[in-house]
Design a binder for this molecule. Structure first.
Ligand SMILES: NC(=O)C1=CN([C@@H]2O[C@H](COP(=O)(O)OP(=O)(O)OC[C@H]3O[C@@H](n4cnc5c(N)ncnc54)[C@H](OP(=O)(O)O)[C@@H]3O)[C@@H](O)[C@H]2O)C=CC1
Ligand SMILES: O=C(O)C1=N[C@H](C(=O)O)C[C@H](O)C1
Length: 242
């Protein structure tokens, strides 16, 4: 049976993933938080899942690489340099990184890419996300993932089009940009809406997470899947066959 190790095991997601491992009859190899021993865990786990903090990303990658242990990275708020570190690790071990492990968001990203490709540049794209008061990064990893899907549909990259938040005398909207707005409050698990707005009409594609178990289910599914994969960088679409 596949033994799964959790980095960030006492956090909201770490606890939900441990529950899900038990529910699926898989094995929990152990868990660590800040001050724990991630190296020892990587040696006994068949696969690692990381839902901790961006500050630990490089260390966790290096440890997984040294132990030749595949890893699922769910931590958000990653920098471009950290994405390059993931690419480098993926030349030696299997790595799956995603801002959202749920089935619904994985499908939504494909719908967004399709809509962005089919609707002309006169359809403005705006992404709004809402999360609980404890979330420390913005825009959310999911909003960025959805923005990348939209940009791909438009034949370009998000970094070319992204506008984060708006305040003050901003001037009129620049055609082709993708706007991002973030709301924080209470216990909202995670809501995302991608709005396509044109003259006189509007399409909104939304995903509302009601429970963290949807992320945990996807994370465990991804872990069990990636445990048998060769080195490479994978996405949730690979796991879910979407
Ligand atoms: N991809 C996805 O589908 C999802 C991703 N996320 C992302 O997962 C991450 C965690 O979210 P959440 O569980 O809500 O956050 P929490 O703050 O509840 O949990 C984070 C955990 O990481 C631990 N941690 C901190 N530093 C380290 C370290 N150096 N090594 C190991 N563990 C460490 C913390 O321990 P301590 O308290 O001791 O500091 C804490 O237990 C966030 O980036 C979030 O955006 C969340 C939901 C879904
Ligand atoms: O921090 C969270 O809670 C979540 N983070 C992920 C993100 O940044 O998109 C996924 C989900 O929305 C919950």
């Amino acid at each position: 049976m596949t033994a799964i190790g959790i980095y960030g095991s006492s956090g909201r997601m770490g606890r939900a993933i441990a529950d899900q491992i038990a529910a699926e009859g898989a094995t929990l190899a152990g868990g660590v938080d800040a001050g724990g021993d991630p190296t020892a865990l990587a040696r006994v786990a068949d696969v690692l899942v990381d839902f901790s903090t961006p500050a630990a990303l490089e260390a966790h990658l290096a440890i997984a690489r040294a132990a030749r242990t595949p890893i699922v990275i769910g931590t958000t708020g990653l920098t471009q340099a950290q994405h390059q570190a993931i690419d480098a690790a993926a030349t030696e071990i299997a790595v799956l990184q995603t801002g959202n492990t749920s089935l619904g968001v994985t499908l939504l990203a494909q719908l967004v890419r399709e809509a962005a490709a089919r609707l002309g540049p006169d359809w403005d794209i705006e992404i709004v996300e809402s999360h609980h008061r404890h979330k420390v990064d913005a825009p959310s990893g999911t909003a960025i993932l959805l923005g990348e899907a939209a940009a791909t549909g438009r034949g370009t990259t998000l970094s070319e089009l992204r506008v984060d938040g708006r305040a003050g005398l901003t001037g009129a909207r620049t055609e082709g940009t993708i706007g991002m707005a973030s709301l924080r409050g209470g216990s909202i698990v995670g809501d995302h809406t991608v709005m396509f707005a044109s003259e006189g009409e509007r399409i909104e594609l939304s995903h509302l997470a009601q429970d963290r178990s949807i992320f945990a289910r996807g994370a465990v599914r991804a872990a069990l899947w990636i445990a048998g994969q060769p080195a490479g960088r994978y996405r949730m679409g690979d796991v879910l066959g979407l």
